[in-house]
Ligand binder design. Structure first.
Ligand code: ADP
Ligand code: ZN
Length: 310
C-alpha cells in the first residue's frame, strides 16, 4: 500500500531517443514526469538533473534513483566503470557514466540495470509476469532486447542478457528489397531481422505502414519465433512477454505463437506450449510503462539495500 510516508523514488528510463524521468510514490502514483530528447550525453544528463532539482523543490527530496538504460552497460558492482554505458554504437554515448551525475547532485542510492531488465522487473512485480519465474521480457522496437528474472532476481553474470543478438536461422525474406540481416555485427541475428529499423531497410517501408498481410510479417514472426523457441529451450521460462513499438501490430502476436509451436514441432508436450500458448507468449500488462515502473522498483531496491555505493 502506498501512503504519504512511502518515500519518493526517482525513475529514469534512458533510451536512445528519449530519457523519460519521473518521481513516483510507489508504483501507482506518478508525482511528476518529463521526457527529454536524447542528444549528447552532457546536455541530456544536465536536463535530467535540472528536472529532478525542480521536482525536489516542488515535491521534496527523492530517497533513491533507479535507472533502466539502453546498453550495453557495465553492471559489475566491483568494476571501476560500474554504471557506465560501454560499447554502444550510439554516437557520443560510449563510456558515459550514468550514476555519478545523480550521486554527485543528490547523494542518495542509485541502482542501474538495462532498460529491458527493468521492464522485466516491472512486469514481474505488477504486470503480466506476476508469479512467473523464470520470466522473460523482450522489446521489439528500435532494437531488440530482453531481460530475464530467475529465482526472483534479474539475471546477471559475465554481463547482462543480450537476447537481441541471438543467432537464428535467416527467415525466407521472399520479396524483400534487401533480405540480408541488418545487424552490423552478425550474419543472421534476431535484431537484424525484427527491429523496426531492420524492417524498414529490408522492406523499404516503415513498420507502422506495412499492411497486416504484407510478407514482412511472416519474416518478422519467423525470426521472433526462432528466438523464443531457443529461449524456451534454454531458460525454461514460465512466461514470455513481448513489448516495444513493433508489437503494437496486433496481428503479430498470434503469428509468432503459431510459428513458435511449429518450430518446436511437438517436442515439448506441455500445456503452455500446446494448448495455452496464448498465456505463455503475451503482451505487457503495464503497456508502455513496464520500463519506467521497473526503474522505480530498482530505486526501491537500492533504498532497501542502502546501496549508497551502487
Ligand atoms: P524504442 O525502441 O526507441 O524505445 P519503440 O519501442 O517505440 O521505441 O520502437 C520504435 C520502433 O518501433 C520504430 O522502429 C518504429 O518503426 C516501430 N514502431 C512504432 N510503432 C509501431 C507500430 N504501430 N507498428 C509497427 N512498428 C512500430
Ligand atoms: Zn546482431
Amino acid at each position: 500500500m502506498t501512503s504519504e510516508s512511502t518515500p519518493l523514488i526517482g525513475a529514469i528510463e534512458a533510451g536512445g531517443t528519449k530519457f523519460v524521468c519521473a518521481v513516483l510514490r510507489g508504483q501507482t502514483q506518478i508525482i511528476d514526469e518529463t521526457s527529454i530528447p536524447t542528444t549528447d550525453p552532457v546536455e541530456t544528463l544536465k536536463s535530467v538533473i535540472r528536472f529532478f532539482v525542480g521536482a525536489r523543490a516542488k515535491h521534496g527530496p527523492v530517497a533513491a534513483f533507479g535507472v533502466g538504460s539502453f546498453g550495453p552497460l557495465d553492471l559489475d558492482p566491483n568494476s571501476q566503470t560500474h554504471g557506465f554505458i560501454t560499447t554502444t554504437p550510439k554516437h557520443g554515448w560510449q563510456h558515459v557514466d550514468l550514476i555519478k551525475p545523480l550521486k554527485t547532485q543528490f547523494k542518495v542510492p542509485v541502482a542501474i540495470d538495462t532498460d529491458v531488465n527493468a521492464a522485466a522487473l516491472g512486469e514481474y512485480l505488477w504486470g503480466a509476469g506476476k508469479g512467473c519465474d523464470p520470466l522473460i521480457y523482450i522489446t521489439v522496437g528500435t532494437g531488440v532486447g530482453g531481460g530475464v528474472i530467475v529465482n526472483g532476481h534479474l539475471l546477471h553474470g559475465m554481463m547482462h542478457p543480450e537476447i537481441g543478438h541471438l543467432i537464428i536461422p535467416p527467415p525466407p525474406g521472399q520479396g524483400a528489397i534487401n533480405a540480408a540481416c541488418q545487424c552490423p555485427f552478425h550474419e543472421s541475428c534476431l535484431e537484424g531481422f525484427a527491429s523496426g529499423p531492420a524492417i524498414m531497410k529490408r522492406w523499404g517501408m516503415r513498420a507502422e505502414s506495412l499492411p497486416a498481410d504484407h510478407a514482412a510479417w511472416a519474416d518478422v514472426s519467423d525470426a521472433l519465433a526462432s528466438g523464443l523457441a531457443n529461449l524456451t529451450l534454454t531458460l525454461s521460462p514460465m512466461r514470455i512477454i513481448l513489448g516495444g513499438g513493433v508489437m503494437h501490430q496486433k496481428h503479430l502476436l498470434p503469428l509468432i505463437r503459431a510459428k513458435f509451436q511449429q518450430k518446436l514441432n511437438g517436442y515439448l508436450q506441455l500445456p503452455a506450449i500446446t494448448r495455452k500458448v496464448d498465456d505463455f507468449i503475451v503482451s505487457p500488462g503495464l503497456g508502455d510503462r513496464s520500463g519506467l515502473l521497473g526503474a522505480m522498483a530498482l530505486g526501491e531496491g537500492a533504498l532497501r539495500n542502502g546501496a549508497a555505493s551502487a
